[in-house]
Design a protein around this ligand. Structure first.
Ligand code: NIG
Ligand code: FE
Length: 409
């Protein structure tokens, strides 16, 4: 099995309770697909047969994890961008038959091949900035065949591009037009046919719902999550994005991996997230694009020790954003998160939000060797600069993704 020895590295291990877990003048050994050892240069094992990669004091971080995206979809919504700039709200556009439903029409009309071709550059862009794990949701098909089509495209992206893709079923994303006025009937379709069929095909790693006035009620969302749990699937939820309906409390009580958005979550409810080990996924791209004014309850999340993850929410409506480095910067500037919190948000805490924190998200012996080499000396530079991509090499499960040795030379 091949081995790689990184020497003269600065490591942001993200293995401590807070901060970067920084180790300067360090070395790290990869054996096969695992991190085997990490420590100071003074204790570095001899290279033996390992390939030696001299980091020249560059920074290594865990592979980045985008734990919430909707990046398989047809068409675009630039027209709605223009409408919103003229003052029409996201909710008004949705109520008028646009929004998610307009992407549903374009996604239904597209073949799986076309969806793959459109998603490819979005994924490649994220990968170019060190993303090694990506979550992709369905939710623009809203019937059996089209939800399954989307999830198959997500599975194909994993196979073709070699990164880890977690597939999340989001059949309860919006009410499809043919079910107008029959929300409960649509939820029955989701529970009785769509979800079981997608699951039977092995296409579902987790189940999500959108609980909001423009989507589904807490009761409807809970029906879907309960069904998911009957099938043994992990759950998560889009909640408290535009109003406080109580979806986060319901989802956390049921043991959700994460609750996502949560700008309108009441600080008093945050303790319940902590008690249930439910991660909070903050999505500064949607906050920015929708010009949201209500900040998520960050201080309460910190005080209660909730794992705070960050993600792109990449989608054609509320967050046409395909850069986790920009997400980190937005989280610092808009939410006043620290650069250390931002890095944790796209590594270890994002892994928690996917139920993968034992496997990925930090530079620790035993974890999968997903490692990014950055041409920076200090980790704060990742959040601080806008529009520069200092990623020079990516290792995924112990294998180089780029021609790293040439870059390092
Ligand atoms: O996370 N909130 C619901 N879903 C997406 C938006 C999807 C869309 O507008 O197409 C989100 O923001
Ligand atoms: Fe989303």
């Amino acid at each position: 099995m091949s081995q790689t020895l990184f020497i003269n590295a600065t490591l942001a291990c993200v293995d401590t309770d807070s901060g970067y877990g920084l180790r300067e003048d360090a070395a790290l050994l990869v054996d096969g697909d695992r991190i085997a050892w990490r420590g100071p240069m003074s204790e570095c094992p001899s290279a033996g047969g390992a390939e030696v990669y001299d980091c020249k004091q560059r920074l290594l971080t865990p592979g980045l994890i985008d734990c919430h995206t909707h990046l398989v979809y047809g068409g675009d919504r630039a027209d709605e961008f223009e409408q919103r700039l003229e003052g029409v709200s996201y909710a008004d556009i949705a109520a008028g038959g646009g929004g998610i439903v307009s992407t549903v029409n374009a996604t239904r009309a597209a073949s799986a091949d076309a969806l793959f071709d459109q998603a490819l550059p979005r994924v490649q862009q994220l990968m170019s900035e060190g993303v090694t794990t990506l979550e992709i949701k369905s939710g623009y098909g809203l019937d059996c065949a089209n939800e399954i089509k989307m999830l198959r495209v997500a599975a194909l992206l994993e196979k073709e591009l070699g990164l880890r893709v977690q597939k999340t079923f989001l059949g309860a994303h919006a009410l499809p037009p043919e079910y107008s006025g029959r929300g409960d009937d649509y939820i029955s379709l989701v529970c009785d046919e769509m979800l079981p069929q997608a699951h039977a095909e092995g296409l579902v790693d987790a189940v999500d719902v959108f609980i909001e006035s423009i989507a589904f009620s807490v009761e409807q969302g809970e029906r879907v999550l309960a069904r998911a749990q009957q099938l043994g699937l992990p759950i998560k939820a889009h909640v408290e994005q535009l109003s406080d309906l109580g979806g986060a409390v319901m989802a956390a009580r049921r043991g959700a991996l994460s609750v996502d958005h949560i700008e309108y979550l009441n600080s008093d409810d945050v303790a319940l997230l902590a008690r249930n080990r439910c991660a909070a996924v903050l999505l500064p791209g949607a906050f920015y694009v929708l010009r949201e004014q209500q900040l998520p309850p960050l201080q309460a999340l910190r005080e209660q020790g909730v794992a705070i993850a960050l993600a792109s929410d990449a989608n054609p409506g509320s967050s046409p954003l395909y850069s986790l480095l920009l997400v980190m910067n937005l989280a610092c500037t808009l939410f006043r998160m620290t650069p250390a919190e931002a890095l944790r948000g796209v590594t270890l805490n994002a892994a928690s939000a996917l139920g993968l924190a034992r496997e990925i998200g930090s530079l620790e012996a035993g974890k999968q060797a997903d490692i990014v080499v950055w041409d920076v000396e200090r980790p704060a530079l990742l959040s601080y600069r806008i529009g520069i991509n200092p990623c020079v090499a990516v290792m995924q499960a112990g294998k180089w993704r780029t021609s790293a040795r040439q870059v390092a030379a």
